[in-house]
Design a protein around this ligand. Structure first.
Ligand SMILES: [Zn+2]
Length: 351
């Protein structure tokens, strides 16, 4: 199932695509085993017969200027699970089962997570639509399956229920000439970048900017003088110009009620999970990073009383035909709140 990037309006909720993507992994693994494709592009100079998935992953990571990522065969990863491999911060860990199986599909699965974090700057991706499209892109790039064969795996795995967003990936370019041109270009345009330290020197590692609905992201290996330039479409939550409030009239906008699920903590630090509605629609009680409320903002509610208040509120809003949205996660609330503020500022500017 293909999704339009602009329809992705929430950074992350729960990992709802996870089971589908795992089912897909199994079918891809079987299909590659059965097909026995040419492995030349994937392995390069390595011998597929004698190379394990740790060495293979290092080779593929190096193709993508990710030489700083660690890869480990980790016996403990399978503990309590039948099989398990995962990415944690700047390391990939392969459980014993996947390692012995020499499962190249699992290697690409974990690398797709790393690419989503870095090359696509979507660190909250988990197994979302972009993740599956990046995995597909990798499998096609290394010529393991054709697009048609990949479609068949989707059908076999879960009858196309897995969410994907191929359209988001506009281009992936490997840069080895004229690297300084790109470094200068990104230095000029980029407001966001990440760095790494080596021998007391600070090097740029990843640099990015948004322009005309596209995210331009440049991953560099400074020592090897090469880079990977990704252009991807913006998601709905990044492209404020097409936010969900832009269709509202000025009156609807000013009266709009955004109802948040803010986590409140009382003075004893206990979490209470009441939703709180800012009284002017777009004003709200901001909590700090640890979700501790500023003392001046603390309110103590009786839960039943609170629930009936929300019910009364939504009933009244419906009667008065005032538009509102109840957010189910703090992330959703946060993003919509930013977009609402953006839209209000934009209109004030026009007046
Ligand atoms: Zn995963």
């Amino acid at each position: 199932m293909q999704i339009n990037p602009l329809d992705i309006i929430v950074r992350f909720k729960k990992d709802s695509n996870k089971d589908f993507s795992y089912q897909l992994d199994d079918v891809i693994f079987d299909m590659i085993k059965e097909k026995k494709p040419c492995l030349k592009k994937l392995y390069g100079d390595l011998n597929p017969e004698t190379t394990d998935i740790v060495q293979l992953s290092k080779k593929v990571l190096s193709d993508f200027c990710l030489d700083n990522i660690n890869v480990k065969h980790c016996m403990e990863a399978d503990k309590g699970y039948t099989y398990r491999s995962y990415v944690q911060y700047k390391s990939i860990f392969f459980g014993d089962y996947h390692y012995k199986q020499n499962n190249i599909e699992v290697a690409l699965h974990e690398i797709a997570h790393v690419l989503c974090d870095n090359h696509f700057n979507s660190p909250f991706e988990k197994h979302g639509a972009l993740f599956v499209s990046v995995l597909k892109w990798l499998i096609l790039h290394y010529e393991l399956l054709t697009e048609k064969e990949f479609d068949i795996t989707c059908q076999k795995a879960n009858n196309f229920k897995v969410k994907m967003t191929d359209e988001t990936i506009v281009s992936v370019e490997f840069i080895s000439n004229d690297i300084d041109y790109y470094i200068n270009l990104f230095n000029e345009k980029s407001k966001e970048a990440s760095y790494y330290q080596k021998n007391g020197e600070k090097y740029i590692e990843n640099s990015r900017y948004k322009e005309n609905g596209l995210y331009h992201i440049f991953q560099v290996n400074f020592e090897k003088k090469k880079g990977v330039l990704v252009k991807r479409k913006l998601f709905g939550y990044e492209d404020y110009s097409k936010n969900i409030f832009s269709k509202l009239t000025n009156e609807e906008l000013v009266n709009f009620h955004l109802i948040s699920p803010i986590f409140l903590m009382n003075y004893n630090g206990r979490k209470t999970s009441y939703r709180y509605e800012g009284d002017k629609g777009y004003s709200y009680y901001k909590v700090d990073d640890c979700f501790f409320l500023d003392r001046e903002y603390e309110c103590v509610y009786d839960l039943k009383d609170y629930q009936s208040q929300v019910k009364c509120l939504t009933k009244r809003l419906k009667e008065e035909r005032i538009k509102y949205k109840r957010c189910s996660t703090y992330e959703e609330f946060d993003i919509l709140q930013e977009q609402l503020t953006y839209e209000i500022h934009k209109r004030k500017h026009k007046e």
